[in-house]
Design a binder for this molecule. Structure first.
Ligand code: ATP
Length: 354
């Protein structure tokens, strides 16, 4: 028995040849646990959909393996895999009713009539669409169509449900509602969900774990809090949330910034040039000259209602943004050109790889 629903081992997918060759996936190894809500997050073109298609069986890897429940399924055709996909476009049958759409996959599998009826009823209750059972799907709103697509994909009880940007066609309010709904469906069914998005907030709020991808490579895998608080490199730190980057040289007791100021910091034995990262909400403004603070000048600010983003410059011009909560000390008495001190929350400074 394995604890993993899906594994990719050294998966490579190349498209085209010679000058036009693209390595959509470049040696990706990943382990997705049974029953988890796993999100593949990354910018357009980073290879998320390609990895999903390898898991579904719509593509075969150039090299490497795909395992389901510990079994090598690399050569298994899509219809023999206990995996279903929900696409962005829903791909419903417009001439069939809601109930007929949900029943379709079960009928294809040759399930007995009574079982099909029972499952359809259960699925429509799950997605709260019982009153719509007899309607044509062309007469439904976008959000309702999305629910039908989910019910249809969940009906045969797949081991893994793949979701390729399923919420991107919905407006913001509906999208937020469906995020909660999807999370509920995953928890109630216990089915492993592999969800693809380029929206970092969506990934942070919904996932048990996130795999961050860039340029065909998996950059980091971890729980949302882990990814946000301890990004492993500059890409992850800048793609998820906002980050200040401070070029520095590490020594035995701390870091020397480009401004010449020294920050006391535990460097874990690392020395030499590095980039420090700190989130704007972990930067505080204190009176200029306060011992241990970093000298800076206020260059401007943007008011966002719940908070204010204060733009600052260190002595060498390095830009730093501090996010002050509205009502917090200092947020209403800012003066352009004013000299201040900066402090960072304990443990907030991260030393990044490249
Ligand atoms: P998006 O968020 O825009 O859907 P993605 O992260 O899902 O992007 P993929 O669709 O996996 O990215 O594409 C990864 C790379 O592989 C891209 O450079 C894309 O152009 C290329 N690619 C994908 N499918 C093919 C194909 N069938 N033929 C040639 N190149 C392809």
């Amino acid at each position: 028995m394995t604890e993993y629903a899906i594994e990719a081992r050294n998966a490579v997918k190349a498209f085209g040849q010679g000058d036009v060759a693209v390595r959509a996936l470049d040696d990706v190894s990943i382990q997705i646990r049974k029953g988890e809500f796993f999100t593949l997050l990354g910018p357009s073109g980073c290879g998320k959909t390609t990895l999903l298609r390898l898991i579904a069986g719509f593509e075969t890897p150039t090299s490497g393996q795909i395992l389901l429940d510990g079994q090598d399924i690399t050569a298994l055709p899509p219809n023999r895999r206990p995996v279903n996909t929900v696409f962005q476009s829903y791909a419903l049958f417009p001439h069939l009713t809601v109930a007929q759409n949900v029943a379709f996959g079960l009928q294809m599998l040759g399930r007995p009539r009574a079982e099909v009826d029972r499952t359809v009823e259960r699925m429509l209750a799950l997605v709260k669409l019982e009153p719509m059972a007899g309607r044509k799907t062309s007469q439904l709103s976008g959000g309702q169509q999305q629910r039908v697509a989910l019910a249809r994909a969940l009906a045969p009880t797949p081991k893994v449900l793949l979701l390729d940007e399923p919420l991107s066609a919905l407006d913001l309010k509906l999208r937020k509602e469906m995020q909660v709904e999807l999370k509920r469906l995953q928890t109630e069914t216990g089915i492993t969900f592999v969800f693809v998005t380029h929206d970092q907030e969506e990934a942070l709020t919904m996932s048990d774990r996130i795999g961050v991808m860039s340029a065909g490579k998996l950059q980091q895998v971890g729980a949302p809090r882990e990814i946000y608080t301890t990004p492993v490199n500059r890409f992850v730190a800048s793609f998820i949330g906002e980050t200040n980057f401070l070029p520095a040289v590490l020594g035995a007791t701390g870091a020397v910034l480009g401004s010449g100021d020294v920050l006391a910091l535990s460097t874990g034995g690392k020395t030499g040039p590095a980039t420090l990262a700190v989130r704007p909400e972990q930067v505080r403004l204190v009176p200029a000259g306060e011992p241990g603070s970093l000298p800076a000048t206020i260059t401007g600010w943007v008011y966002f209602g719940t908070d204010t983003h204060v733009h600052l410059a260190l002595r060498d011009g390095t830009e730093v943004v501090a996010r002050l909560q509205s009502g917090a000390t200092g947020d209403s008495a800012l003066t352009k050109g004013e000299a201040v001190g900066l402090r960072f929350t304990d443990g907030a400074l991260q030393i990044l790889g490249d």
